[in-house]
Design a protein around this ligand. Structure first.
Ligand code: 5CA
Ligand code: ZN
Length: 477
């Protein structure tokens, strides 16, 4: 049985300890807010970014790589954008002993690095839409409490996509595509999430509107694990990104951008983890099957070893990431080691299995063993890794997620739900700022915005007007 007592009691404590035990990150780097990827964590990161690349590439996004440094002049062009980021940027002002003539910022995100180039690249409507993305480090001088993978000062896994369009409608269509990409991404990771249109005061600096992607952690706090922005023509006017229409006019382009950071890996840890440690979706598990020989005194160790190597060879031939743990350690210790790292399947081979022609398979998601006939084990492993485990993980995560949400029909109800019960409130909201502010201020939580894909008839919790908009309120990271 899987238990989650430790996560519910003190999530931070559990989180910090699993980051260390499972070698996700080493927090001892001597700069605040900067962390070193551990070997296990870095492999997870690789499989996660592979999915991101696949999802963007298959929808016509081109991967690129822009410089890390942005000249002050470009950075200072878009008024709203500067206001949002100026107290968060790191400056480079010297080269060796010389004061630089042109001060440089370390990108906090790449609008002001990319868009001057976009204005050179975009010529005609035939060039559009243009969709690019990069996965890079960005720097933000965060003043709130920093936390590994959740609030960092060097975001080392910043996937940012930037797109350019010839019409408002096409930019809107792109926003929908971004929602589809992020839904599919989090579906594959088994992470439930909400797509919420943020209130005016919470949108990205320089955007027309922002859609936040939110999940709920075991402590009832909401983590924003992605954002999608419709930039309208705000940046194209600032950076002179114009295209020639079929009739020969020159018009400002429409833009969108959307980003995901290593918070997606934090969410894998927090959403699927349990008292034993991590549980990884097979698709991103660095080792998918760990094979543990269980030698027994008077039974041929040779024989067990041979069966294990055969299994490893057969699994590898199928493209399954399998390893044998033949370290000179007690099996129980090895079990714990791989369970805490979230390896989804373990195969145990002992004298009994060899004699009876069986294979013992342990499922990390159920913490349960099953014994299968040796001739069928490969198909069983394939089914578990391709489908059953992730489906079970998704189901469990969704149940937890739903149990954290409460329908509320008054401001006092929100306060009780959020402040006392530590849950997320679900309410009808008309979408107006004035009502939004009251909702925002009635508890320790924040108004996260209204759902872009859910509708439910009701009355605005503040003004009582009829509305179908469903909004969420919760404490946030
Ligand atoms: N240019 C846009 C889209 S790429 C942008 O920068 N949007 S953002 O500011 O909302 O950042 C994108 C995502 O990065 C956020 O939704 C959040 O999940 C993540 N993020 C933001 N700041 C941090 C941070 N300090 N540490 C970890 N992740 C962060
Ligand atoms: Zn209202």
């Amino acid at each position: 049985m899987r238990t989650r007592e430790k996560l519910r009691e003190d999530f931070s404590e559990w989180y910090n300890s699993i980051l260390e035990t499972a070698e996700i990150v080493d927090v001892r780097y001597p700069v605040k807010g900067l962390y070193v990827w551990g070997f296990w964590g870095f492999q997870i990161r690789r499989f996660v970014t592979d999915i991101l690349r696949e999802l963007h590439d298959s929808r016509g996004h081109k991967e690129t790589l822009f410089p890390l440094l942005i000249p002050e002049k470009e950075f200072m062009k878009e008024a709203e954008h500067i206001k949002g980021f100026e107290d968060q940027v790191y400056w480079v002002t010297r080269g060796g002993n010389d004061e630089l003539d042109v001060k440089l910022v370390l990108r906090p995100t790449s609008e002001t690095s990319m868009y001057p180039m976009f204005s050179l690249w975009v010529r005609s409507h035939a060039d559009l839409p243009m969709k690019v993305y990069q996965i890079v480090s960005v720097f933000r001088y965060e003043t709130k409490h920093t936390r590994p993978l959740i609030r960092v000062r060097e975001i080392t896994t910043f996937k940012e996509a930037h797109t350019v369009h010839s019409s408002r409608e096409d930019a809107e269509r792109q926003v929908k595509e971004a929602i589809e990409i992020y839904s599919e991404f989090y579906r594959r990771l088994g992470i439930p999430c909400l797509f919420l249109r943020r209130p005016e005061w919470d949108k990205f600096p320089g955007a027309e509107y922002t859609i936040g992607v939110d999940t709920i952690f075991p402590d009832g706090k909401v983590l924003q694990i992605g954002t999608i922005h419709n930039l309208g023509q705000n940046f194209s006017k600032t950076f002179e990104i114009k295209f020639e229409t079929p009739s020969g006019n020159r018009e400002y382009a429409y833009q969108t951008c959307y980003g995901i950071s290593e918070r997606c890996i934090a969410s894998l840890i927090g959403i699927h983890g349990d008292d034993r440690g991590l549980l990884l979706p097979p698709e991103v598990a660095p080792v998918q099957v760990i094979i543990v020989p269980i030698p027994y005194k008077d039974f041929g160790e040779e024989e067990i070893r041979r069966v294990c190597s055969n299994i490893k060879r057969e699994l590898s031939a199928e493209g399954i990431r399998a390893e044998i743990d033949d370290r000179d350690l007690r099996p129980g210790w090895k079990f714990y080691y791989w369970e805490s790292r979230g390896v989804p399947l373990r195969i145990e081979i002992g004298p009994r299995d060899v004699k009876e022609g069986k294979v013992t398979i342990f499922r990390r998601d159920l913490m349960k063993r099953e014994s299968v006939d040796a001739e069928n084990y490969l198909k069983r492993v394939r089914d578990l890794l391709n489908q059953e485990i992730i489906e079970n993980m998704r189901k469990e995560a969704e149940e937890n997620f739903i149990s954290m949400i409460r329908r509320c029909s008054s401001l006092e109800g929100i306060k009780k739900c959020v402040d006392e019960d530590k849950k997320v409130a679900r309410v009808n909201w008309c979408g107006e700022d004035t009502c939004g502010l009251e909702i925002n201020e009635c508890s320790q939580g924040q108004l996260l915005g209204y759902s872009v894909n859910e509708k439910e008839s009701g009355e605005c919790i503040v003004c009582g007007v009829a509305t179908e908009k469903v909004a969420y309120v919760g404490r946030t990271y």
